[in-house]
Design a binder for this molecule. Structure first.
Ligand code: PEP
Ligand code: MG
Length: 554
């Protein structure tokens, strides 16, 4: 078995024969132009033609993949007509004596380089759009017709890279999936693959081997894995995964666009827990109502040194922009306990779970915290954000964090940097102390989220990491559930909302009880959204409320 690890760009498991897509490079005549006027006229004619082609492609994209995809080609059209691009081509033709092909090639390379040097991965991926438009102009200038795929049977298409305009023209009935050796998950090609529902893997280094042509290949568009000659256990696991995906797709089909409403008309938010932008396609595919928990510390865990303000800003902004106005709850740094980073050089502790973690670390190292808060508030101008503080046990800790937030806001205002002045500041209920102090905390914070993983650990004095304690680590324990009920009661008394973002949120044995307690939001991993939505829509909260709360002794 040969396995190649790429990046999952569009989810879905598929199996089929591998087809190598070969594209001849556009010939570029670099001769000195004899007649600059004629070259300029050739360029202008090519530009007009490209613009018309892109308009037609936008129409095609609208029919095949919706408005978002159509907008992409309208953006390409603007790019083809861009005045800076035109200026550059004109200069090269008139002053440097280049012919139209050479001027277009040099200009698009220059523009691509400009995007490739950007720090933000999303902006870097825009280089592929420039390349696509440049290639179109060159093809027109060279009188070349775009390569058309004429396939007799469905294949897994493998290529060095695919341009967005090539992707939109793929015949969905003949393309089972595509795998590219280059590319990125934020490229428009990947975005189109997701909207068109074609499983895709990008950055699969080594896939372009002529010997692989025609072989059976398995593609997992979620994990980014590609297998040739898959062995029996791999094959069985992938087929089982495919079956689950098909079941969820049917469920989505049933639930699409329907509200998360109980039979008696109560609306419940079902949001998602994510680690970074790579999880967003799954959030969208499952129609998550927003992000209930972004564990920001995972960004710190991936780097060799503390992420800078700019790096964090780009990371948060990207997520907020992609969530298009839906609420994104970002938890501040929750380092410590089981999540350690070497570069912070934190002293070893006897009991790390009870030690310098989360908000305790942030209040002890305000230098660190300020960088994150500045990045967060700067990003708040780009979407709808809320900030969530982990491991709060006392009101003074919340107040100290809020003071730092106010200082950071004042700093940004003085620097003339835009931010949202009304970012809600929330508290995680993940210790018995927070649950018991919920009455006081409810008067301070804007919203709450129950971290049942830690709440169980601290309520039951039972290490969540220890395999041998499984029997004793019981998140259904009445002590844990009573804590949640107590917190929900006091928080609602002050008109604030409360969600659950620990693993228990997705436990459907408890959904009815949580709704009986009045929990406003359940935040789960994206693949749990649909089953949970199905359960919520089957519950009548009036039927068993009293009995469920009675059974808990509430
Ligand atoms: C929790 O404790 O339930 C929680 C959501 O936070 P984490 O699992 O990241 O500690
Ligand atoms: Mg926790």
């Amino acid at each position: 078995m040969i396995s190649i690890q790429g990046q999952g760009a569009s989810a879905g498991v598929i199996c089929g024969p591998l087809y190598l897509f070969r594209r001849a490079p556009a010939p570029i005549a670099v001769d000195v132009a004899e007649d600059p006027g004629a070259e300029w006229a050739r360029f202008k004619a090519a530009q007009t033609r490209a613009s018309a082609q892109l308009e037609a492609l936008a129409q095609r994209a609208l029919e095949r993949a919706g408005q978002e995809a159509a907008d992409l080609f309208l953006t390409h059209q603007l790019l083809a007509e861009d005045l800076d691009l035109e200026d550059s081509v004109q200069r090269m033709i008139r002053l440097d004596g280049m012919n139209a092909e050479a001027a277009v090639d040099a200009t698009s390379r220059h523009f691509m380089q400009f995007f490739l040097e950007m720090e933000d991965p999303y902006m870097r991926a825009r280089a592929a759009d420039v390349q696509d438009v440049g290639r179109r102009l060159l093809n027109i200038l060279a009188g070349r017709v775009e390569a058309q795929l004429d396939l007799e049977f469905p294949v897994v298409l493998v290529s060095d890279d695919l341009a967005p305009s090539e992707t939109i023209q793929l015949d969905k009935s003949k393309i089972l999936a595509f795998v590219t050796e280059a590319g990125s998950i934020t490229s428009h090609t990947a975005i189109l693959a997701r909207t068109m529902g074609i499983p895709a893997v990008v950055a699969a280094e080594g896939i372009l081997h002529p010997q692989y042509e025609g072989q059976e290949v398995f593609v997992d568009g979620e994990t980014g894995e590609v297998f040739l000659n898959a062995d029996e256990p791999t094959r069985a696991a992938l087929l089982a995964k495919r079956e689950t995906q098909q079941r969820l797709a049917l469920l989505l089909h049933d639930l699409k666009g329907k509200p998360n409403e109980t039979l008696d008309g109560r609306m419940v938010q079902v949001a998602c827990n994510i680690s970074g932008p790579e999880d967003l396609p799954a959030v969208k595919a499952n129609e998550g109502n927003g992000i209930g928990l972004l564990r920001s510390e995972l960004l710190y865990l991936q780097t060799a040194s503390c992420p800078t303000e700019e790096e964090q800003f780009c990371f948060y902004r990207n997520i907020l922009e992609q969530m298009e106005g839906k609420l994104v709850v970002i938890r501040t740094l929750d380092i410590g306990a089981d999540k350690q980073v070497d570069y912070l050089q934190l002293p070893a502790e006897e009991n790390p779970a009870l030690g310098m973690r989360a908000v305790r670390l942030c209040l002890t190292r305000p230098d660190l915290f300020r960088v994150q808060l500045r990045a967060l508030y700067r990003a708040s101008a780009c979407g709808r954000m809320a900030i969530l503080l982990p491991m709060i046990v006392s009101p003074w800790e919340f107040e100290a964090c809020r003071d730092l937030c106010c200082e950071v806001q004042a700093e940004l205002a003085a620097e003339g940097i835009p931010f949202d002045k009304n970012v809600p500041l929330g508290v995680m209920i993940e210790t018995p102390a927070a649950a018991m102090m919920s009455e006081e905390l409810a008067q301070l914070a804007d919203f709450f989220s129950v971290g049942t993983n830690d709440l169980t650990q601290y309520t039951l004095a039972c290490d969540r990491q220890s395999g041998v304690l499984d029997r004793f680590y019981d998140p259904h324990h009445p002590a844990v559930l009573r804590m949640i009920h107590r917190a929900a009661d006091s928080i609602h008394r002050y008109g604030k909302w409360i969600g659950i973002c620990g693993e228990l949120a997705g436990d459907q044995q408890l959904t009815e009880l949580f709704l009986a307690m009045g929990i406003d939001e359940l935040s789960v991993s994206p693949n749990q959204v649909l089953p949970l939505r199905g359960t919520i829509r089957s519950i009548d909260t009036r039927l068993n409320r009293e009995r469920l709360l009675d059974e808990l002794g509430l």
